[in-house]
Ligand binder design. Structure first.
Ligand code: FCB
Length: 453
């Protein structure tokens, strides 16, 4: 972006119907893990295992959003946002995953939704944001074809309970991330590894995403149904054929594996015999005709581009990442490259599928080493990050890409999965010992940006 004349970034250019939101997730924010009849999730169990979470943090209290949702929704409103994205904890509404619903859990989400509506915040509800009920993992979790019974039950319950108040739905959060990290690399809950787990989890998640869409379509009048995809522009390290081909393989896994079946294109079939492997490893390989669903919008979640090169030692993809650190590019506290062009290119690329009518950026944000000094958090780097990435969105909109919303990840510093509480992504600083919330300068920046005088 650096070489182009920069147009001024203005909220007006996004139009008055643009959804400006913050995004959170149940497992990362709610806490209250054993209150109100909630059952355990895979993250409660995984975090208890030695060495799984940096710093040993547990999601048991998190931001205490369960008790403090009113304060946090008010903060969201005060910072100028008009939309609020949150997820439903499956084990709070169905403690065993599939049996009897928990009235207290349902009541809680009614309260959160009612409070959103009272404040004029449009609720965007994510059905599944990674916190599978532990009871279901004991029967195989995402690797089990029983998911085709469990997941519809959960979606149906959500649709029937909340469908008259909630119109914006997101079926899955980043299936590529939770299947790869949780069922192949063992770096997220439930901590499983290997292709035997990965491929069945992929296929069941692909079927669940469209099935969830169909259930919402049937049960919720006037619903706007979306689902989210993690995505990163994949750039070959050199233009040598082996690097270019390695980048194409990584691109399949990072960007194409879940969206293409939903769009009716089937699984990406070139390179490394992906389909054959899916079939081979999948006892439950069937129902491929059920993979497509016409989503009203797709949610793209982008943080950084990746640069890859050929590496024959890595099974299957034969590629490895050239980390930002080695490339000496600007990066966040998590070592992620800061590059708004990556977001612009990803938006253009998904738009080119043609079948996509509307895109929302359902997550974008950055972690930096924040500190409260004299009651203030001066996070200039985060402000610069948002300016750069928002300019990218503004630019592609001018080119005709129909981006209709942007959600900041995230409102308050929260439980960042295996990074624990060390990674701070919030617009609001959270003192984890006292639960005190301090609006960062980036939060004030959004307030001023979204509500120009
Ligand atoms: C995304 C997740 C979200 C959060 C951000 C930083 O991959 O969907 O929950 O952890 O990354």
């Amino acid at each position: 972006m650096a070489n182009e004349p920069l147009k001024p970034l203005t909220v007006k250019s996004f139009g008055k119907d643009f959804a400006w939101g913050v995004a959170i997730a149940a497992a990362q924010n709610e806490g209250a893990y054993n209150e109100g009849g909630r059952g355990l999730s895979i993250w409660d169990a995984y975090a208890r295992r030695q060495g799984t979470i940096r710093g040993g943090g547990k999601p048991f209290v998190a931001c205490d959003f369960y008790h403090r949702y009113k304060e946090d929704l008010l903060l969201t409103k005060a910072l100028g946002f008009n939309s609020f994205r949150f997820s439903i904890s499956w084990s709070r509404v169905l403690p065993d995953g599939s049996g009897r619903p928990n009235k207290d859990g349902l009541r809680y989400y009614h309260d959160v939704i009612d409070e959103c509506l009272r404040l004029g915040l449009e609720p965007f509800v994510t059905i599944y944001h990674w916190d599978l009920p532990l009871a279901l993992q004991k029967e195989g979790g995402w690797t089990s074809f029983k998911m085709m019974r469990w997941f519809p039950r959960f979606v149906t319950l959500c649709a029937e309970e909340f469908g008259d108040k909630v119109k914006n739905w997101i079926v899955l959060n980043e299936p590529a991330a939770f299947t790869a990290l949780g069922y192949m690399l063992g770096r997220h809950a439930p901590g499983l590894t290997g292709l035997d787990n990965f491929f069945p989890a992929v296929h069941n998640a692909v079927l669940a995403q469209s099935q969830g869409g169909r259930i919402l379509r049937d049960l919720v009048p006037n619903a706007r149904i979306g689902t989210t995809f993690s995505c990163s522009e994949v750039v070959p390290y050199t233009n040598r054929t082996e690097d270019v081909q390695a980048a194409a393989r990584v691109d399949i896994l990072l960007n194409r594996l879940f969206v293409e079946p939903a769009l009716g294109k089937g699984y990406p079939s070139e390179s490394f015999r992906l389909i054959e492997r899916l079939e081979l490893y999948n006892k439950s390989w069937k129902y491929t005709e059920r993979m497509p669903f016409q989503f009203d919008y797709i949610g793209l979640q982008n943080y950084f581009p990746v640069v890859v090169r050929f590496n024959r030692l890595i099974p299957m993809v034969q590629a490895s990442e050239v980390k930002p650190y080695y490339r000496r590019v600007p990066r966040t506290a998590m070592g992620w490259e800061i590059n708004g062009d990556g977001l612009a290119n990803i938006l253009r690329r998904f738009w080119k599928y043609g079948a996509v009518k509307e895109i929302m950026v359902t997550e974008n944000g950055a972690a930096f080493k924040d500190a409260v000094v004299g009651g203030r958090v001066r996070d200039e780097e985060r402000i610069a990050f948002f300016k750069e990435y928002l300019r990218a969105v503004q630019k592609v909109r001018e080119e005709g890409v129909n981006v209709t919303g942007y959600f900041v990840w995230t409102l308050t510093d929260n439980f960042e999965w295996s990074e624990g509480y060390k990674a701070r992504f919030g617009l609001v600083y959270l003192d984890h010992a006292t639960q005190l919330r301090t609006i960062k300068d980036s939060g004030y920046w959004f307030r001023d940006f979204l509500s120009p005088a």
